[in-house]
Ligand binder design. Structure first.
Ligand SMILES: Nc1ncnc2c1ncn2[C@@H]1O[C@H](COP(=O)(O)OP(=O)(O)OP(=O)(O)O)[C@@H](O)[C@H]1O
Ligand SMILES: [Mg+2]
Length: 257
């Protein structure tokens, strides 16, 4: 398997429960996995461990047979805020990410422009970050992440800081880009709709401790449309699962208070 999460748990010192508990998940190359679950169920923690930003308390994670022990260029993370350098231009931001690849400047320039073109921002290459809308910033972040050509792309709620209209447009674009690149992706999202829109499989989690509750393969052809009957059926079923988890975790929190 391409990515193997084996018996992974993570306990932070200041909490009584495991933030992530005994997670087993294997992901195939080229798969798009979406993680959903109530706030605090450990989605970001799990993603951070795949990124190598956090270490499991027990268990192991392997990417392409290599145990993950630190961050690396084979795993790229995209956050909720685009995390760009505000003093650089759009092009410079993408080029900056490519420096670690130690290629010649012409290749870097060409590659950066190729990915800016893919996210439809080549006309804005020389704009500075503060001149961009939130959606455009996320597209720069996407171009930077894709240009590095990592083995896996990790996205932590990449659209949640954007307005609904921008989200819908960006989702379609990201889906098209993904069809072209077929990169392995793990995306954390609060939106079940988003999870069904993107996921080959949707992983639902429960909180306190953070465990996998269910793994649902989404057998819908692409491109997907949120108003199709089969789409709505998946969305409803998963939403019910997630809702019951939110209720349970809220009850538990109240019980602890
Ligand atoms: N660095 C940390 N130190 C201590 N506790 C942490 C740390 N990071 C996360 N936690 C705790 O671990 C649990 C899981 O947090 P995590 O951020 O992974 O949840 P999440 O599912 O991403 O939530 P959200 O949907 O709100 O982003 C929470 O109880 C959180 O308070
Ligand atoms: Mg989170």
């Amino acid at each position: 398997m391409f990515l193997e999460i084996r018996g992974v748990s993570k306990k932070f010192d200041n909490t009584a429960w495991e933030a992530v508990s005994d997670i087993d998940l294997t992901i195939k190359e080229g798969e798009f996995i979406c993680l959903v679950g109530p706030s605090g169920c450990g989605k970001s923690t799990l993603l951070n461990m795949v990124a190598g930003l956090e270490m499991p308390t027990s268990g192991e994670i392997y990417l392409d047979g290599q145990k993950i022990t630190a961050p690396g260029a084979d795993r790229v993370m995209m956050f909720q805020d685009a995390a760009l350098f505000p003093w650089l231009t759009v092009l410079e931001n993408v080029r900056f990410g490519l420096r670690i690849m130690k290629k010649d400047p012409a290749w870097i320039e060409e590659t950066a422009m190729k990915y800016l073109d893919m996210v439809k921002l080549s006309k804005f290459a020389h704009y500075r970050v503060h001149e961009l809308s939130g959606g455009m910033k996320q597209r720069v972040s996407m171009a930077r992440a894709l240009a590095i050509d990592s083995k896996i792309l990790l996205m932590d709620e990449p659209f949640s800081a954007l307005d609904k209209q921008t989200i819908n447009k960006l989702r379609d674009e990201v889906a098209q880009i993904w069809e072209r690149t077929r990169k392995t992706v793990i995306m954390v999202t609060h939106s079940v709709e988003e999870a069904v829109f993107f996921g080959d499989r949707v992983v639902t989690m429960s909180a306190h401790p953070g465990r996998i509750r269910d793994i649902i393969p989404i057998e819908l052809k692409r491109p997907r449309h949120i108003d199709e009957i089969d789409f709505i059926t998946y969305r409803k079923a998963i939403l019910e699962e997630v809702r019951s988890e939110v209720d349970r975790s809220e009850e538990e929190e109240l019980g602890k208070a």
